[in-house]
Design a protein around this ligand. Sequence first.
Ligand SMILES: [Zn+2]
Length: 272
Amino acid sequence: MAFLLHKDENGAARYGTFSIFPGGAVVHAVSTRFGGVSKAPYDEMNLALHVGDDSADVEQNRRRFLGWLGLDFERLTTPEQVHGDNILCVGERESGRGRLSYADAVPATDALMTDVPGVPLMLCFADCTPILLFDPVHRAAAIAHGGWKGTVRSIAAKTVRAMHEAFGMQAEDCFAAIGPAIGPCCYEIGIEVAEEFHKAFPKYNSDIISEENGKIWLDLWKANRLQLENAGLLPENIDVAGVCTSCHVRTYFSYRAEGPTTGRIAAVMAIK
Ligand SMILES: [Zn+2]
């Protein structure tokens, strides 16, 4: 299992993919900062419309990113992410929402799923955890947004459940990937957040929270992996990129490393 960065003909990184997803049935990628047209501090491949970047630049970036993957920009579907636990099943009716305007995005939703071929789902991130799910039996895909709030609210596990209800997915058939996100090396949290995780993960507190020199550190990658395993996914079907966006701020955007005025990478999935 691996997260592999793909490069252009000049050797510049463009986007990453996970080897765990069976080829042929699903297209997926996680973008980097590279290959776009946005100017600082959104340089270069900012894919979010709500962060103050020029919307024409964002549209061009989105078209370019989807073009690399052979996906249809007109059907690109993306939500307004609010660190909640709403999940939407995207059908033909919602297809295309949010591609050109944030006001038109699927409102207040932190996970999208679909079994409609050719509809690219996209969520944006700067340190929060991208969780990508794929059911090869029912040919359905989902992306969830797992920041600390979404993780405490069990967005990953709830998305697995929602895929079961919508498509009949069995958890043991599901493949999952946890994308680049802030790592336990850089994610210092306060006592209030630690207490939320203690309540949400009572059995695993010492696995995901560590303390050193009076500081508390959170492992969001592991918290989401544990949540997926508890939801019934097989450990061998979960791939973790293990890439810290704060450590690798030259390749990815990082809220912690750069502050609120920065761009967003995106995770995209589409059923073929
Ligand atoms: Zn780090």
